[in-house]
Write a protein that binds this ligand. Structure first.
Ligand SMILES: [Zn+2]
Ligand SMILES: [Zn+2]
Length: 132
């Protein structure tokens, strides 16, 4: 069993995960582009019961295309998002791959919102599932 740590830019908001991260994915939607300020978001899905949060978070609720909500938790001091919850996935916590200290997380296998993918993006060969 592994243990992973993710944190915001200033280190005040910390997420600890008492398990091994097995799956990462890429999302090209405009909301992820806005949140990251980058071409796409890379995120990991965690089992909620293995997640421990330390520090203060501010919540931002964003409605999804499917009509439910994503609840983003970010540091009120530095603004970095450390995790989020999706109504549809009550047993999961999602976290941005870049917030983790471990720089050897698994290569993404899943790529979504490819209809919003920037024209110059080249996906890794490990992607086996594609969605528009
Ligand atoms: Zn912070
Ligand atoms: Zn997205």
């Amino acid at each position: 069993m592994n243990s992973e740590k993710a944190s915001c830019s200033c280190g005040q908001l910390v997420l600890r995960y008492n398990d091994t991260i097995t799956k990462t994915s890429i999302c090209h939607c405009h909301a992820c582009q806005k949140r990251t300020g980058s071409a796409f978001g890379v995120q990991v899905r965690l089992k909620k019961e293995k997640v421990l949060i330390e520090g203060n978070a501010t919540k931002f609720d964003r409605p999804t295309d499917e009509g439910d909500h994503v609840h983003f938790y970010f540091c009120p001091s530095c603004g970095a998002t450390v995790y989020w919850e999706i109504d549809d996935l009550p047993d999961s916590i999602i976290a941005p791959a870049g917030a983790f200290e471990n720089h050897d997380l698994p290569s993404p296998t899943f790529s979504v919102y490819e209809d919003h993918m920037l024209s110059w993006v080249v996906l890794p060969s490990t992607i086996t599932e594609h969605m528009d």
